[in-house]
Design a binder for this molecule. Structure first.
Ligand SMILES: CC(C)(COP(=O)(O)OP(=O)(O)OC[C@H]1O[C@@H](n2cnc3c(N)ncnc32)[C@H](O)[C@@H]1OP(=O)(O)O)[C@@H](O)C(=O)NCCC(=O)NCCS
Length: 175
């Protein structure tokens, strides 16, 4: 576990995802068996089709007609970002973070950057964005019970457990 002293040594930001530009990085992140084990609960690498599907499920709404009538920020399923950290004088993309009506997934795709406070900072930034869009709550679903780091990150940010079984935990945060 990382000492608290080091916890905010990284400058972290979220930028909107650009699927075309970010695809090659995401394919790398979602081919890493360690990353997959914690983020997806399996170790089968993702291909371009699956990543596009994931992106669409977060950023698009199925009810096209409703979208056309209402404002983007209300009708969108959610928002998806790329996590960047300042490395020297360059911003480095290291993972993705999103929020939808049912979940608030965060994946740092390079295990070397785990446990350094980056996920916790990314979550704080997501909470800010959700508030900006007037969301009243954030939910988390399907955190594997073995994913202690993730559970701690959400609990530290104020998320409360709503459901728990042997396999997974669900949480909610009132904003
Ligand atoms: C889950 C994830 C986003 C967390 O981000 P992170 O930057 O690694 O986590 P942080 O450094 O912010 O640490 C979060 C908390 O976990 C603790 N922690 C760190 N490593 C830990 C470990 N090996 N075991 C238990 N707790 C750990 C930290 O100390 C911190 O708690 P604290 O502030 O009370 O000390 C990141 O590890 C990740 O992307 N993992 C792979 C994908 C994944 O699991 N996604 C979540 C799916 S639900």
């Amino acid at each position: 576990m990382t000492s608290k002293k080091n916890i905010y040594r990284y400058n972290v930001k979220l930028r909107p995802i650009n699927l075309k530009r970010d695809m090659s990085k995401m394919l790398k992140w979602y081919s890493n068996k360690k990353v997959l084990y914690y983020s997806e609960g399996h170790t089968t690498p993702y291909n371009e089709k699956i990543i596009t599907k994931m992106y669409n499920s977060i950023t698009k709404d199925g009810h096209q007609k409703v979208i056309e009538k209402m404002h983007d920020s209300i009708t969108k399923n959610g928002h998806m970002y790329i996590i960047e950290i300042l490395s020297g004088n360059k911003w480095l993309s290291i993972g993705d973070a999103s929020f939808t009506r049912t979940s608030t997934p965060i994946t740092i795709g390079i295990p070397e950057y785990w446990g350094k406070g980056i996920g916790s900072q990314a979550l704080r930034l997501l909470m800010k964005k959700a508030k900006h869009y007037h969301w009243k709550e954030l939910k988390v679903s399907g955190i594997a019970t073995y994913n202690k780091r993730s559970l701690r990150m959400y609990k530290n940010a104020g998320f409360k457990v709503t459901n728990k079984n042997k396999k997974e935990v669900k949480m909610i945060l009132r904003l």
